[in-house]
Ligand binder design. Structure first.
Ligand code: PLP
Length: 418
């Protein structure tokens, strides 16, 4: 058993959570209930202070200057790589490539590994619940190489039909790419079992971990994945920084994605020779301060413990599920709260999702409305849009009550209008 989170203490670390919104003309405003964490999370003072401290005391370009500041910033940048390595239990720091985020990591694999391994008629296997970032790069790869994209179907309650893999996986399948946690349904996919099946057919597996690494203990060695990508801004870190994990044997044989400074061993007028890992995949000046601040975010999450964070989110999800399912006209998407992460998406009969989100905003509740970059998933569910509330370590049961109360008011407001 892990100790529960001390939410009051945690909230004191996040200056923005003290915000009061004045949208509802309530005297003194309404407290902000920030429930849009699957889009991007807020930052604790520790992360903000790292950014300020590095700019004030430690900043210079990395891996270049033979001067003290450059040595200091390089040391901090490489220490952040080591923190990221330990966080996902990669075997070696050379397997950690700093990127701008999940999207860039997936594009890197599609371009570098995909372009050099796929041929006409080869197959790329995705699922019906993927984010556009784990769809479009594969559509583009298929268009470049003549490969075919196939999909693992989902059930009506938003779970993968894992048995379908037995017929979908063939010797033509070269890549299986899927999300660990759905950014809409919250479904936690059984990635280990899928990876095992994919490997038995000789396919490599790319895990979109944008919604899992911030919330669940991740061990890439136990998982046996080949690639795994995530974003710093969804786990208390800044934007513009992410990580692509890749198995060393694969990364070593892959051509660079971007070309430029920092990724070469030598360059001549006739060509170039790429540098060693991980520099080979980090062309140009990297997001130095962002990487160091991601290290602080990782440290913050590790001190609280991912098990405790997940348990807290599941409890909030259960409460939200209980409250919302009691409101007539609410249709909840995805599996029940015990089988998913802290994401709850729904539609409200007769009310457009954007209208729901707008009224919720007037009650201080920040949620996301729309297709959440999953148009095929929404089509599969027979809807154009949904409302999504997503929880993190600083959210409280009171905020869930504020959210559910506001959804109730939306319902009554629109019932009067119709
Ligand atoms: N994959 C999933 C499941 C996501 O939820 C997101 C972001 O919403 C992404 C990929 C893309 O992440 P980023 O925009 O940080 O590259």
């Amino acid at each position: 058993m892990t100790a529960p989170l001390d939410i009051e203490r945690i909230r004191a670390d996040f200056p923005i959570l003290q915000t009061r919104l004045h949208a509802n003309r309530v005297e003194g405003g309404v407290p902000l209930a920030f429930l849009d964490n699957a889009a991007s999370t807020q930052h604790p003072r520790q992360v903000i202070q790292t950014i300020v401290r590095v700019f004030e005391h430690d900043y210079a370009n990395v891996h270049r200057g033979i001067h003290s500041l450059s040595e200091r910033s390089t040391e901090l940048y490489e220490a952040a790589r080591e923190q990221a390595r330990a966080f996902i239990n990669a075997a070696d720091g050379t397997e950690i490539i700093f990127t701008r985020g999940t999207t860039e990591g997936i594009n890197l694999v599609a371009r570098s590994w995909g372009d050099s391994h796929l041929h006409p008629g080869d197959e790329i296997l995705l699922t019906e619940m993927e984010h556009h970032s784990n769809l479009v790069p594969w559509h583009q790869l298929a268009a470049r190489t003549g490969a075919i994209v196939r999909f693992v179907p989902i059930t009506v309650d938003g779970q993968l039909v894992v048995d379908a893999l037995d017929s979908l996986l063939t010797e033509r399948t070269k890549i299986v790419a899927l999300t660990h946690v759905s950014n809409v349904l919250g479904t936690i996919n059984p990635v280990e079992a899928i990876i095992e099946k994919a490997h038995s057919h000789g396919a490599i597996v790319v895990i979109d971990a944008a919604q899992s690494v911030p919330h669940l203990v991740t061990d890439v060695q136990a998982m046996h994945c080949d690639f795994l990508a995530f974003s710093g801004h969804k786990m208390l870190g800044p934007t513009g920084i992410g990580v692509l994990y890749g198995r060393r044997e694969l990364l070593e044989t892959m051509p660079p994605f971007f070309g430029g400074g920092g990724m070469i061993r030598r360059v001549g007028l006739g060509g170039y020779e790429p540098g060693d890992l991980p520099a080979k995949f980090e062309a140009g000046t990297p997001p130095i301060v962002e990487a160091i601040a991601l290290g602080t975010a990782i440290d913050y999450l590790q001190r609280l413990g991912l098990e405790a964070i997940h348990a807290h989110e599941v409890a909030l999800g259960q409460l939200a599920y209980d409250r919302l399912s009691a409101i007539q006209g609410v249709r909840l998407l995805g599996p029940g709260p015990r089988r998913k992460s802290g994401i709850i998406s729904f539609t409200l009969d007769g009310v457009h999702s954007h209208d729901v989100a707008q009224v919720l905003d007037h009650h201080g509740v920040a949620v996301r409305a729309g297709h959440h970059c999953t148009m095929p998933l929404h089509k599969r569910l027979g809807i154009a849009a949904s409302v999504r509330a997503s929880f993190y370590l600083y959210n409280t049961p009171e905020e869930i009550e504020q959210f559910a109360g506001a959804v109730n008011r939306v319902k009554h407001l629109f019932a009067r209008k119709h």
